[in-house]
Design a protein around this ligand. Structure first.
Ligand code: PRX
Length: 654
């Protein structure tokens, strides 16, 4: 059970107050069949990381072998220098001469219920045809192509087609606004935009082409627009610029020789938000990235030929790039893609899909798991989930109660859980259990992947052995970002300057416990200083969610005369729970019980929804504006702007 302690070790620069001591070991049946059974992989990789990554790289198809595994001139690393390869060859061609040829590569289900299956041979042909389309539209090696699409197979095809001819794709998540799309197209100076007439979200049309048209008013670099017909939604086509995908694909050759790419040639750009307003175009190169995602997919998910693998992320995020497209396809996996919302037409949709396709590996986000918890166990219980054998989470710290719920009610108590820490910038999973050998603790991402070096450091760069501090990556890793597109200085200052140019700073707080487990505490800007104690907001949230009435909680700091900062908590309750004044006091006492008096929230406000970005991250910055009585900052990335207005009013009333 979690235990509270009031003091952290003297070394720590962040006090860590919530202790979770439950341990779950993989069961014997899982261990016996696991790809990694032997913990010596860690020592071997640590003794000679370059040799380790080279052995992983030999599992890919190279058109020319590399001369040097790593050239490291901090903060710039070059991986597999002199090697040539093509990412689409590694995802497609390599399987064609094997039994994988006619295996399902993609099992796709649309939100309204349509089904499509593409075998590896079919995916190869479609990719080559679209690569020829792009070539005819004038796209050449090194050009940028923006993809703004719903989660349909054409999105994966377009990515692989770009990779085939050496163009960099820049996928912009279909939930972004016209303004965000415009900004990203202009930053990348993309020449072609691929979009769709629309997409479905909870039964409602998302008019992507309409948003694209708005963006296209201010994007001088775009010469051609390709439109996928997804839903027969009405669209306006601009003569000379816009063409339909199906028209362009007609009679196209299904042969397209792959462009031999230098290992360090750009594979893609993906925009991610930072602490400043302007999104950063994270650049991933080809060779190291492919080695990183190929290896981690195989070992972290214990991937086997017969698996049905479902990562619920949209391809618009890095999780979709690495663990829907490049990692699983390079391993010849069967990848399930579901276009829509988890609660459409009812809250059992994900479980119905797991049941129908006999999904074996399921990878999702803690925010989704907390929704499932809130909706109740009757939904997973309605469906047969016995095909599942491994569960994963990614995107934010998972509170132990959600972890245990996931294990019990989705995993039937038998599936190992891999809590995977990584980022858009790292490209690949960095801190994670290896499911056949790691004893997991709920809420801990456990250990760095073999060949990855991570530490918890204090402000001055001293190693914290047992306690809190900042996460640091202390050695280059193959899928690391190459730069920020068009802004190499920001690359150096943002990531490689907190301590020295050899040490990567991801921006996350972390704790190491006595057994060397890593506990990620969220972004350091989410770490508060209350009466001289630095407290991860996540810890307080975990404590709140631990209360039987609470579904989800977000905690922010607000300025306080005496304590420096005080805590304000925004709480959503489980269905059927009635709010009253007693509950506020009860929750405060609960936090005090779990963590200590210093973590007692000053304010607790109940809300039906928390303000979230379209990727599901709680926008604490806006909650802080409310808690401190300020005018609201930028709300353009909110999934539902109405939530925040209602909350602001409520806070003032309370
Ligand atoms: O704060 C960490 C959190 O998500 C951040 C990276 O976000 P993004 O680039 O959008 O990529 C998300 C998908 C890889 C990290 O800096 N994060 C991600 N995974 C975890 C996590 N925090 C705790 N535990 C995780 N497993």
């Amino acid at each position: 059970m979690p235990r509270k302690t009031s003091k952290s070790t003297s070394q720590s620069s962040i006090d860590v107050l919530l202790r979770e001591e439950r341990i779950f070991r993989p069961n014997a049946a899982f261990r016996r069949q696991a790809s990694v059974k032997d913990a010596s992989i860690y020592g071997k990789a640590a003794r000679d990381p370059e040799a380790f990554w080279a052995s992983c790289a030999r599992d890919l198809v190279w058109l020319r072998p590399w001369k040097k595994v790593l050239v490291w001139r901090p903060p710039h690393a070059r991986w597999f220098v002199g090697g040539k390869l093509n990412a689409s060859v590694n995802c497609l061609d390599r399987h064609l001469g094997t039994a994988v040829r006619n295996k399902a590569a993609i099992l796709w289900e649309g939100e309204p219920g349509e089904e499509r299956t593409l075998t590896y041979a079919q995916l190869f042909r479609e990719t080559c045809r679209f690569a020829n389309v792009l070539k005819d539209l004038g796209v050449r090696k090194g050009d940028r192509v923006t993809l703004y699409m719903p989660l349909v197979p054409e999105l994966a095809i377009a990515m692989l087609a770009c990779a085939r001819i050496g163009a960099a794709h820049s996928v912009v998540f279909g939930g972004f606004s016209a303004e965000s799309l415009k900004e990203r197209i202009n930053d990348a100076k993309a020449t072609v935009l691929v979009t769709a007439d629309g997409g479905f979200r909870r039964g409602v049309e998302v008019p992507l082409k309409k948003f694209a048209d708005e963006a296209l008013r201010g994007t001088p670099s775009i010469r051609h627009v390709v439109v996928v017909r997804r839903g027969n939604f009405p669209v306006q086509m601009t003569e000379g610029r816009d063409r339909f995908w199906h028209d362009l694909m007609r009679d196209r050759s299904a042969e397209c020789p792959p462009e031999p790419m230098d290992s360090e040639d750009m594979l893609y750009i993906l925009y991610t938000s930072g602490t400043t307003g302007k999104p950063k175009g994270i650049v991933h190169a080809t060779g190291g990235y492919m080695v990183g995602v190929h290896t981690t997919t195989r070992l972290v998910f214990d991937l086997k030929p017969e698996d049905v693998y479902w990562c619920t992320a949209d391809i618009g995020w890095v999780t979709g790039h690495s663990y829907v497209v490049y990692g699983p396809l390079s391993n010849g996996a069967t990848v399930l893609m579901y276009e829509g919302a988890p609660d459409w037409p009812d809250r059992g949709r994900f479980w119905q899909i797991c049941d129908k396709y006999r999904v074996t590996i399921f990878y999702t986000a803690p925010t989704a798991i907390r929704s499932f918890m809130r909706w109740g166990i009757e939904w997973p219980e309605k469906h047969d989930l016995t095909s599942l054998r491994l569960l994963g989470t990614v995107g934010e710290p998972i509170n132990p109660e959600a972890w245990v719920w996931y294990r019990n009610f989705v995993g039937g108590g038998r599936c190992p859980i891999v809590d995977t820490w990584w980022q858009t910038e790292t490209g690949m999973i960095m801190i994670t259990p290896l499911p056949g050998i790691t004893a997991t603790k709920p809420g801990s991402a456990t250990h760095p992947f073999p060949g990855v070096s991570a530490e918890v450091l204090d402000e001055k760069g001293r190693v914290v052995k047992d306690g809190g501090g900042y996460l640091a990556i202390t050695r280059p890793w193959p899928a690391m970002l190459q730069t920020i597109y068009g802004d190499p200085e920001r690359y150096a200052t943002q990531y490689w300057s907190k301590w020295d140019a050899k040490t990567y700073f991801p921006g996350d707080g972390a704790r190491r416990d006595r057994q060397g487990y890593f506990w990620l505490l969220g972004r350091v800007d989410d770490v508060l200083n209350v009466a001289g104690h630095r407290i991860g907001t996540m810890e307080v949230e975990s404590a709140l969610v631990d209360h039987p009435s609470v579904a989800e909680a977000a905690v922010v700091g607000k300025a306080h005369d005496l304590k420096g900062q005080a805590l304000a908590a925004f709480v959503t309750l489980k269905e059927g729970i009635v709010t009253n004044g007693d509950l506020v006091d009860e929750l405060k006492s609960h936090v005090v019980r779990k963590i200590g008096a210093l973590a007692r929230p000053d304010d607790i406000v109940f809300t039906a929804e928390l303000p979230k970005t379209r990727s599901g991250k709680i926008m604490r910055r806006l909650l802080k504006d409310i808690a401190e009585g300020r005018a609201l900052g930028d709300t353009t990335t909110l999934a539902d702007p109405a939530v925040i207005q209602a909350l602001k009013q409520r806070y003032q009333e309370d």
